[in-house]
Design a protein around this ligand. Structure first.
Ligand code: S3P
Length: 443
């Protein structure tokens, strides 16, 4: 997994997107499905599971702890749960690849185990902050260490008894930290409560309910009870709105486009990108709303439109946190100026997304001024050029779609990690009308 191939995307300028598109399963939900199924009692089955490198790493980690995981095969996965106390100590460090979600959520589960474990990751993950989870876990009595810089590897020692329930106010809006603590709360005595000043994605809460162990939610306070049990459950995992976002962007900026994205998760804690692009004037319509696996789902129709620059409301930032690479490209194609503030978390994602996008947009001839917590972008004519994705899947896909509005070819380097969240992106985008060629092995 850490062995990276050098994949380059070459995208010819212009074109439009057309047709019906089905994006792969939701990454956040797929990770959580493996984790909760593994510590549940009985079997769980899912369809629509994301067969990306990140979620496969999570499945592999649980196999290394004695859990039988069949698949994923054509999006189907079957997991034989071992119960909250049934995991066995892994004989080697667990490699979480590129995934912050996997490492932070798993730390919550491992903190409650009666065995030692260690979590490692690739070069990008090894630079990401872990003290945001280790500090509150220590307050719960966990014995857990990071490297001196607060980064991986994360070493977790046998708990030596139940964790202590705490009440914790999140200092950063982070669903990963919230979820880590709720999962650790399953191993604590009493009620572990997380107070989130602003709402973040609530997939853990929804899935705990589906597995028969609902959290208590009142106002901004979410509490998990220790000493319970989870029951295996079956689930249909919706398409990932974070992957759909690139097609929403592409169809919005490429004249003559009209796409229908089928079966996409539209949980309101994830739809910030739809709200932001709609404020910019995008033509996005949700059709056929329904529910699957306790999550709202819809088909999303997008037609091209003229976008205008806006000041992005800060309240929407956590609800679109993974979609800013796409939002920044939309801003580059819009008339006037777009300002993003309150988004300093973008600096500690798979790459520093403010810097990576600012540098790439400038290279393509767009006036972009990065700030500590966001960016100011003046929409304008986009040249072609060669940009560096910095090994960040979402930077790679955002710049691929930018070519639709560019005057010359856009070459994007270091795209192998697109496979972490969106295997098959290049061929799917090509089938919808993007003139993209992948050199290397992006499947
Ligand atoms: C995720 C939460 C977000 C997001 C990440 C997935 C999750 O991170 O950026 O891609 O599945 O909980 P934070 O909660 O740290 O903002």
């Amino acid at each position: 997994m850490s062995q990276r191939q050098n994949v380059t995307f070459t995208v010819a300028p212009g074109g439009r997107l057309k047709g019906r598109i089905r994006v792969p399963g939701d990454k956040s939900i797929s990770h959580r499905f493996v984790m909760l199924s593994a510590i549940a009692e009985g079997a769980s089955e899912a369809s629509g599971f994301l067969q990306g490198e990140d979620t496969i790493a999570t499945a592999k980690a649980f196999r290394a702890m004695g859990v039988a995981v069949e698949g994923p095969d054509d999006g189907r996965v079957r997991i034989e749960g071992v119960g909250l106390r049934g995991l066995s100590g892994p004989s080697a460090p667990l490699d979480m690849g590129n995934s912050g979600t996997a490492m932070r959520l798993l730390a919550g589960i491992l903190a409650g185990q009666e065995f030692d474990s260690q979590l490692t990751g690739d070069a990008s993950l090894s630079r990401r902050p872990m003290t945001r989870v280790t500090e509150p876990l220590r307050k719960m009595g966990a014995r857990i260490d990071t490297a001196a810089s607060g980064t991986p590897p994360v070493k977790i020692h046998a708990a030596g008894g139940p964790l202590r329930a705490i009440e914790y106010t999140l200092p950063v809006a982070s669903a990963q930290v919230k979820s880590c603590l709720l999962l650790a709360g399953l191993y604590a005595q009493g009620k572990t409560c997380v107070i989130e000043p602003v709402a973040t994605r609530d997939h853990t809460e929804r899935m705990l309910a589906a597995f028969g162990n609902p959290v208590e939610v009142s106002d901004h306070r979410i509490c998990a009870h220790g000493g319970g049990r989870l029951r295996g459950a079956n689930m249909e995992i919706p398409g990932d709105i974070s992957s759909a976002a690139f097609f929403i962007l592409g169809a919005s900026i490429a004249r003559g486009s009209d796409v229908l994205l089928e079966g996409v998760g539209v949980n309101p804690t994830r739809t910030g990108v739809i709200e932001i692009l709609s404020l910019m004037g995008a033509d996005i319509e949700l059709r056929n709303p329904r529910e699957a696996g306790g999550e709202p789902v819809a088909d999303i129709r997008v037609r091209s439109s003229r976008l205008k620059g806006i000041k992005v409301p800060e309240s929407l930032v956590p609800l679109a946190i993974d979609e800013f690479p796409a939002v920044f490209v939309a801003a580059a194609c819009a008339e006037g100026e777009t300002r993003v503030t309150g988004a300093s978390e973008l600096r500690v994602k798979e790459s520093d997304r403010i810097d990576a996008m600012g540098t790439g947009l400038e290279l393509l001839g767009i006036e972009a001024e990065p700030t500590d917590d966001g960016m100011r972008i003046k929409g304008g004519r986009m040249r072609g050029g060669r940009v560096d994705s910095r090994g960040d899947h979402r930077i790679a896909m955002a710049f691929s779609m930018a070519a639709l509005a560019a005057e010359e070819t856009v070459v994007i380097e270091d795209c192998a990690n697109v496979n972490t969240s969106f295997p098959g992106f290049a061929p799917l985008a090509a089938s919808a009308g993007l003139d993209v060629k992948a050199d290397g092995a992006q499947g």
